[in-house]
Ligand binder design. Sequence first.
Ligand code: SF4
Length: 56
Amino acid sequence: MGKPDPKCPIRPGEACLLCHPGAHGPEDCGLVWLVMNDPELSEQLAELRREMAAAG
Ligand code: SF4
């Protein structure tokens, strides 16, 4: 039962590096929360993910 590797939702393809002060992982990362709750930012993130997916 390995601990799942927490991936940063806003830096696609990269593991969570706890870069946000006070974060213990993506689940309590204030930056992730901010992006997910901002329609404009989350749309930009969705677009970035599509580009990443297209690039392989
Ligand atoms: S602390 Fe937040 S922004 Fe930083 S790597 Fe982890 S999930 Fe991503």
